[in-house]
Design a protein. Structure first.
Length: 143
């Protein structure tokens, strides 16, 4: 066996250059005309486009995408909580009254005008005027 008698098992493949004759033809798999068929055609991703279109202002407290709070009716809370129990966003998630956003516990706002029988201790939740009145009438507290 000599070097000039050896043959390769796999043939070498060269890189195909598009649009220069050959099997692909004149359009070279890019279709006809238009911006996408031109060389150097680049398109921005839609997600990036939406981010760039959002209004931007300076400051620490500014939020371009405001998160809406999870709304809970006071009647639903009255059914699921007993006297003296604390109503917090975490406890609402545990009882299945509010869904988590991703893995985060959302801001909660309590709405409704119900005659409560149980004294509730509300913490870290926003309340409407009617909800605060009905909670305070029964002797509950809001912090």
């Amino acid at each position: 066996m000599q070097i000039h008698t050896l043959k390769t098992e796999h043939k070498n493949r060269s890189r195909i250059r598009i649009g220069r004759g050959g099997k692909r033809g004149t359009y070279s798999g890019k279709g006809q005309k238009g911006q996408k068929s031109r060389s150097g055609a680049k398109f921005r991703q839609i997600q990036k486009e939406l981010i760039l279109k959002q209004p931007k202002r300076r400051g620490e407290k500014f939020k371009s995408l405001k998160v809406k709070p999870a709304l809970v009716n006071l009647a639903v809370i009255a059914k699921n909580y007993k006297t003296g129990e604390k109503v917090t966003p975490k406890s609402l998630v545990q009882k299945g009254l509010v869904r988590t956003v991703g893995r985060k516990i959302p801001h909660v706002k309590i709405l409704g005008n119900v005659n409560l029988t149980a004294k509730l201790v509300v913490e870290k939740c926003a309340c409407s005027k009617t909800a605060t009145e009905s909670i305070l009438k029964t002797g509950g507290s809001i912090t």
